[in-house]
Design a protein around this ligand. Sequence first.
Ligand SMILES: Cc1cc2nc3c(=O)[nH]c(=O)nc-3n(C[C@H](O)[C@H](O)[C@H](O)COP(=O)(O)OP(=O)(O)OC[C@H]3O[C@@H](n4cnc5c(N)ncnc54)[C@H](O)[C@@H]3O)c2cc1C
Length: 349
Amino acid sequence: METEANRLDRDGGFPEQAFAFLNACGAMTAPLPRRFGGLGAGTEPEAGDAMLRLLRLVGHGSLAVGRLYEGHVNAIRLIVRYGTEAQQQRAAEDARAGHLFGIWVTDGSDPLRLLVADGGLLLQGGKLFASGARHVTRPLVTAQPEAGPPRMLVVPLGVDRHARDTLGGVHGMRGACTGSCDFTGVRPGEDAVIGAPGDYLRQPEFSAGAWRGIAVALGGIDRLVDALRDQLRARGRHEGPHQLVRIGEALIARETAAMWASRASRVAEQPGHAEGDVIAVVGLARIAAEQAALDVIRLVQRGLGLGVFLQDNPAERVMRDLATYLRQPAPDETLCEAAGWFTTRDLPA
Ligand SMILES: Cc1cc2nc3c(=O)[nH]c(=O)nc-3n(C[C@H](O)[C@H](O)[C@H](O)COP(=O)(O)OP(=O)(O)OC[C@H]3O[C@@H](n4cnc5c(N)ncnc54)[C@H](O)[C@@H]3O)c2cc1C
């Protein structure tokens, strides 16, 4: 995956080879519930740890592939949680047939709207920051109806879509082919709509899923810690006391992120936790992982020096990918809400 990620960062294009690997090893159907022939990874509580390990491994290989794969898992999870039996069945068949799911919820200047026209549904507007904009064939999108909260829909897409898989000159995560898709004029069937009004924003599910992004980012942190140790050793600089301090601090940051990721995934996946606890723990984990990743990037830059800014250094792209991937929505609000929640209580033992 890493070899392909380096090539795509330079030349552009979709990580076809990585998804061929993921298909071949069963990762694309792993999130399906076991009754549909999957492993329940990310959809059933017992397999939460397995999904964490898988996302971390994929993130280690390529953060861009990790982002796309996490979207696939997220969309399947929402269909399993809120879809009808027939919709779940269809999603399972699609996943087995090799379709890539994604989750496109971010709106641009022309937000996606769900209208009723000529006795059927009609989409108008589009999505921005859509990863795999020209390659995801089963995007789960949110669309605003004329009244009420946004609705979720799975809109099957072929090659004839109106999409761009770049936003032009992005700093990192180029291999995620994050772009825009215009749905104006698409007429989804009634059975494309997943769940009831309000389901997309329903808590704690809405916030809890962020743990999967943390797991992917953790894989990027792993890769940078490896690069720091390997490259210092290769240059015979690993025994300098300042470098040892940096290695130690990087290992501490990595383990901090790993412990938060594990805590967040367990609180999110295991039943029985209070809604506010889930939201706040996942929120703190997001900020902790972001801080750990930024610390590791700083340590790698200081420890390896100018050489790590050269484009043929494998850590150079990983740092750009990671720094870009860390830009997730509303970090200030996330931290303040979590801090407010835990000002008056602790997570029950
Ligand atoms: C690689 C990558 C792939 C992505 N793929 C997808 C995808 O497939 N589908 C999808 O839907 N989205 C995707 N996204 C978009 C993502 O979901 C978020 O929309 C995006 O990451 C938000 O980042 P931001 O920095 O613009 O966040 P913002 O929330 O705009 O935060 C930027 C800063 O503004 C602050 N801030 C936020 N709100 C306020 C306010 N009201 N007042 C004052 N300050 C405020 C924040 O705390 C932060 O400091 C992707 C993003 C990345 C990086």
